[in-house]
Ligand binder design. Structure first.
Ligand code: NAD
Ligand code: UGA
Length: 454
């Protein structure tokens, strides 16, 4: 078995993960392959296809030395004995489980390609997030091969966008799930070695946790569901704060001081976005339904319902603050990315809110330091002249009735808000849906203000 690695799927997971694996394992050759030539060309250019702090530096360090991006999937599967699969697993939009189950067609196509092109035994590593027991299906497809042996492991990824490189370089833990037989144990050891890095320079061995395959697959869904659940819980409390005069910032700070609760993921806001939380919670709901666990399914489904409610509530509160009519009023939306430090707009709360405001016939000026190209694609169907995408936040706010802050970019608190106030229609409103601005200072300038959970 050789030490070369290929990752199928050059997306938000495949690119950064393999770049760091290559950096920490200089004597291994690492290939990242994709069917999307445009994406591969971008990985080979100075303009990488995704924005992630620190990513450019790592890619520059290893690309062309031991990290290669290519569309030659067949050639790479032939030459590498370790195959990571990081293709997309979106929510299925048709047939059985539509709207909840994972669409595994890209995964299955990859498994069939591996079986078709392999000329030696392989370790196949699930990097994508998958429903529990997918490895069994993959093993069944792969092991139809007459003479070769494929061992399927689960190695879900826990990095968050915006901090991907930091998370990869010093993860809380790495999880590797494998079969209990001898081949399974040997395969797990191979992958443990990759994460330990050469001369044990990377993840400390005690942070590399091994489990059986089903536990690893479920843990990934469970971890995302628990994080999403915390966001929905704090947002549910924020609605009660708004009704009672309590302050969610204070409530979260004191709750979080209890070490059993912990302080992270207690920030109220416009609800969670990103490509994974909603998809993975829905997947969990579907799994519960499939196994007849109706109450468990209802419980997890409520995490999504609460998230939707939080976004509707932002529009309702804005509507009331603007004297119950938004038609023809200009609203400057600050931030379109689903969180700061990324250009990713998949499932972004800003997108949902923009669509609701558009239905109310608002005029919208959307600004974002990284996400405008994606905003242009996402909103193509409603770009009817009432929506403009504006690089400069000052320009976006000019003549607006309200500024709505949807992403907590660190640039926004540093803006000259007196200048913004002077250029807006009066009374001028700031709705800070991320609670990232100094509300008292804004009120001193003359703004009316709204926040989440206050
Ligand atoms: P992505 O859409 O950015 O990238 C997936 C890539 O796979 C695409 O470039 C696509 O062209 C490619 N692909 C699809 N079918 C292919 C095939 N048959 N052969 C070769 N390439 C193929 O998706 P992503 O955000 O990187 O997510 C991938 C997986 O990782 C998902 O299961 C996701 O849940 C999981 N994940 C993502 C994150 C994240 O931060 N984005 C974090 C943890 C886990
Ligand atoms: C999340 C998980 O944190 C990662 O561990 C996981 O690997 C990844 O999903 C995945 O599977 O894709 P990500 O979605 O990139 O990472 O970003 P998060 O930092 O988790 O934020 C998700 C959403 O929750 C964002 O919209 C963020 O603004 C929101 N959020 C987060 C809050 O509203 N409040 C918080 O306190 C924390």
């Amino acid at each position: 078995m050789n030490k070369d690695i290929v990752c199928v799927g050059a997306g938000y997971i495949g690119g950064p993960t393999m770049a760091v694996i290559a950096k920490m394992n200089p004597s291994r050759r690492v290939w990242v392959v994709d069917i999307n030539k445009e994406r591969i060309d971008a990985w080979n250019s100075d303009n990488l296809p995704i924005y992630e702090p620190g990513l450019d530096e790592v890619v520059r360090e290893v690309r062309g030395k031991n990290l290669f991006f290519t569309t030659d999937i067949e050639g790479c599967i032939k030459k590498c004995d370790i195959v990571f699969v990081g293709v997309n697993t979106p929510t299925k939009m048709f047939g059985r489980g539509a709207g909840r189950a994972s669409d595994l067609q890209f995964w299955e196509a990859t498994a069939r390609n591996i079986a078709k092109w392999a000329e030696s035994d392989k370790i196949v590593v699930e990097k994508s997030t998958l429903p529990v027991r997918t490895a069994a299906a993959m093993s069944a497809i792969l092991n139809t091969h007459e003479s070769l042996k494929f061992t399927v492991l689960s190695n879900p990824e826990f990095l968050a966008e915006g901090t991907a490189i930091k998370d990869l370089l010093s993860p809380d833990r790495v999880l590797i799930g494998g079969p209990a037989d001898e081949a399974g144990k040997r395969a797990v050891d191979e992958i443990v070695d990759i994460y330990a890095g050469e001369s044990d320079c990377w993840v400390p061995r005690e942070k590399i946790l091994t489990t059986n395959v089903w536990s690893a697959e479920l843990t990934k869904l469970a971890a995302n569901a628990m994080l999403a659940q915390r966001v929905s819980s704090v947002n549910a409390l924020s609605q009660l704060c708004e009704a009672t005069g309590a302050d969610i910032g204070e409530v979260a700070r004191v709750m979080g001081a209890d070490t059993r609760i912990g302080s992270k993921f207690l920030k109220a806001g416009p609800g969670f976005g990103g490509s994974c939380f909603k998809k993975d919670v829905l997947n969990l709901v579907y799994l519960c339904e499939t196994f007849g666990l109706k109450d468990a399914a209802l419980y997890w489904n409520q995490v999504i319902a609460m998230n939707d409610s939080q976004q509707r509530r932002i529009v309702e509160r804005l509507f009331h603050a603007l004297f119950n009519t938004i038609a023809n009023k200009k609203i400057a939306v600050f931030g379109f990315a689903f969180k700061a430090d990324t250009g990713d707009t998949r499932e972004t709360p800003s997108g949902a809110v923009v669509r609701m405001l558009h239905e109310e016939h608002a005029r919208l000026a959307i600004t974002d330091p990284k996400a405008l190209p994606n905003a242009k694609k996402d909103l193509a169907d409603i770009m009817d002249g009432s929506i403009e995408l504006v690089e400069d936040p000052y320009e976006a706010a000019k003549d607006a009735d309200a500024v709505l802050v949807m992403t907590d970019w660190k640039q926004y608190p540093a803006l000259d808000w007196s200048n913004i106030y002077a250029s807006m229609r009066k009374p001028a409103l700031v709705f800070d849906a991320r609670n990232c601005l100094a509300a008292e200072e804004l009120r001193k300038i003359g703004f009316k203000t709204l926040n989440i959970g206050k």
